[in-house]
Design a protein around this ligand. Structure first.
Ligand code: 5GP
Length: 200
């Protein structure tokens, strides 16, 4: 049997501290059909981040230039910094049949859902606001002021969960990951992107 597949555009959002980063990293590690869309950002690089792997870290001027060139599939200001998904990270790969994962905020996700109706959108939820706060403090990557800003933004982000096709509550990492993989497995067989050719 011959079969062809169109690439899946998987959009994953969730408030800082929901565990989205861990889930996304594990998916990319275990499923070689997915490529990560590396975003551009004007935020400063954290110590554990690698240029061109986690983000393309760029200046405000470079960001403005990309805006003028219409290089973005979507872009948004998140927690006071600018972020954007480059079309060049997404479309060529999808045309080649590769799945592409976007880890973006709800504003960006909304724009992508409007433009790309067949995208698969997943929102990752924390089990409680208390747990979110604990996780943001224990991961120790943001300063207190930044943590407060992210916690304040979380409520507004969570209110938008109904826009997403799927919801995953990350109370238990193993279970949450299994649920994410179940979504991915099912969506790979969706008839909008899977075309088996049945022979005589
Ligand atoms: P962080 O600064 O912690 O890496 O990311 C902050 C937020 O920005 C996260 O919710 C992340 O998903 C989001 N983000 C990262 N890249 C993009 C992007 O290209 N576009 C949008 N809209 N959000 C992004």
């Amino acid at each position: 049997m011959k079969e062809t597949r169109k690439g899946m555009l998987l959009v994953v959002s969730g408030p800082s501290g929901a565990g989205k980063g861990t889930l996304v990293a594990r998916l990319l590690d275990l499923d070689p059909t997915f490529a990560f869309s590396v975003s551009v950002t004007t935020r400063g690089r954290r110590e554990n981040e690698i240029e061109d792997v986690h983000y393309h870290f760029i200046s405000e001027e470079e960001y403005d230039k990309l805006l003028r060139e219409d290089a973005f599939l979507e872009h948004a200001c998140v927690h006071g910094h600018r972020y954007g998904t480059l079309k060049s990270e997404v479309y060529e790969r999808m045309e080649r049949g590769q799945n592409v994962l976007l880890d973006i905020d709800p504003q960006g996700a909304r724009a992508v859902m409007e433009k790309e109706k067949e995208c698969v959108s997943v929102f990752i939820l924390p089990p409680s606001y208390h747990e979110l706060k604990v996780r943001l403090h224990t991961r120790n990557t943001e300063k207190e002021e930044e943590i407060t800003r992210r916690l304040n933004n979380a409520k507004g982000e969570i209110e938008q969960m109904g826009r997403y096709r799927y919801l995953v509550v990350n109370d238990n990492l193993e279970l949450a990951f299994e649920q994410l993989m179940a979504i991915v497995r099912a969506e790979k067989q969706n008839s909008v992107r899977y075309f088996p050719e049945i022979e005589e």
